[in-house]
Design a protein around this ligand. Structure first.
Ligand code: FES
Ligand SMILES: [Fe+2]
Length: 392
């Protein structure tokens, strides 16, 4: 985030703090409970949000050398992203053109030729071209020149790698990040290092997982002894950024800025900068490190899977650095797994027997924006199916 914006956001936080308020939406919004349990909506979300939009797959630092690859099937589509010899990234459907075996698994470094583990069809790793078919006579009436790997739209921008699970979708690097791209560009993510990724499965709709991060209203109650001593409760700025959004929560240490000259203000250190990179990534600059939550639907509307990753500005080379960051990640996990998610799992269970609405208050503008943007993105697929988003 540019320094002038850090200064204006810090001033806004002080103003809100002094007036004992937070950034407010114009009105309360209602949200149908059905949106968290509806199978039809879940199918629409999969088809639109998780097939045709750019999804964050990794930070560029996770593929540092040519040949490095990682596989991802959380969207439901098996994807492999690989660093090419020229330093660019390529993404393919991780599916052999013969009978559909996966070519690669997990993470690693691949040779220049990818050989399918099933019948040894072999592809060029950079171009995806099919190079060799053992016993070619068995396929002689087929044009094997058209049987390369299916390329997927992929972009590396500001140190982040995005891919679209469906082939043929246009991915305009300058446009899909909208205003959030300006902030991301300033974080220097190209120089970050991957510390660890943990995978969680929870009995929660994927949106309920994202909702957890989009207000500071609950910090003083649910997290009174864990997060509330560090972050102010019910105090945050909110900025819509096209479909994406930014919410900045103030650390209690922000008071230190009041006595420093503005030119030295570093709001990153004294806040938690929460972004939703639409549709499913919660990106949090946490003072001295980055957390990303890539949240996906599970097998049913009441299940989700997520990648939780921690990235650091310096590599964790020493044992004490590893201990420090692991403790950080353990604490984060303990907070969500012991405080947020058990409560949300009860909510999710109750949603299945309810047929009414939730309320997103004026003090929860990020929640309102996230759900409005989802509704807009799905509007063409689902039509005006109910009165969601109605203002009270
Ligand atoms: S499925 Fe890959 S070679 Fe047969
Ligand atoms: Fe929480």
């Amino acid at each position: 985030m540019k320094h002038d914006i850090q200064v204006s956001q810090a001033k806004r936080l002080f103003e809100l703090m002094d007036r004992r308020t937070t950034d407010l939406a114009p009105s309360v919004m209602t949200q149908p409970v059905a949106d968290y349990v509806c199978h039809d909506l879940a199918a629409c979300e999969r088809a639109v949000l998780f097939r045709r939009l750019a999804l964050l797959i990794a930070l560029g630092c996770e593929l540092p050398r040519p040949g490095d690859y990682l596989c991802d099937d959380f969207s439901g589509m098996p994807i492999v992203v690989r660093r090419c010899e020229d330093g660019s990234v390529a993404a393919w459907r991780n599916v052999c053109s013969h009978r559909g075996a996966r070519l690669l698994n997990g993470r690693g470094s691949s040779p220049e030729r990818l050989t399918c583990p099933y019948h040894a069809w072999t592809y060029a790793a950079d171009s995806g071209r099919l190079l060799a078919v053992p016993f070619e006579r068995g396929f002689e009436e087929i044009d094997t020149g058209c049987l390369g790997l299916v390329p997927l739209p992929v972009r590396e921008i500001h140190g982040l790698i995005f891919a679209v699970p469906e082939p043929g979708v246009e991915l305009d690097a300058d446009r899909f990040l909208e205003e959030v791209g300006d902030d991301l560009a300033q974080f220097g993510l190209e120089g970050y290092h991957h510390f660890e990724t943990r995978v969680l499965e929870q009995p929660l709709n994927w949106k309920l997982v994202v909702d957890t991060f989009l207000e500071t209203y609950h910090l003083g109650t649910l997290h009174r002894s864990t997060i509330a001593p560090i972050l102010h409760s019910n105090l945050s700025t909110f900025t819509p950024m096209g479909r994406h959004l930014r919410m900045i929560a103030a650390r209690r240490s922000i008071e230190q800025l009041r006595t420093q000259p503005e030119c030295e203000w570093d709001l990153v250190r004294h806040s938690a900068m929460v972004y939703v990179i639409f549709p499913n990534t919660v990106f949090i600059m946490q003072g001295d490190h980055l957390e990303t939550w890539r949240v996906y639907p599970g097998a049913s509307p009441d299940a989700s899977r997520m990648h939780v990753s921690l990235y650091t500005p310096e590599p964790a080379c020493s044992e004490s650095a590893v201990r420090h960051w692991r403790k950080n990640l353990d604490l984060l996990m303990a907070t969500v797994l012991e405080e947020d998610f058990p409560l949300a799992a009860d909510m999710q269970r109750d949603f299945s027997v309810r047929n009414d609405h939730l309320l997103f208050g004026r003090n929860e503008p990020a929640l309102q924006h996230f759900h409005r943007m989802l509704h807009d993105a799905l509007r063409n697929s689902i039509g005006e199916r109910d009165d969601r988003g109605r203002e009270e």
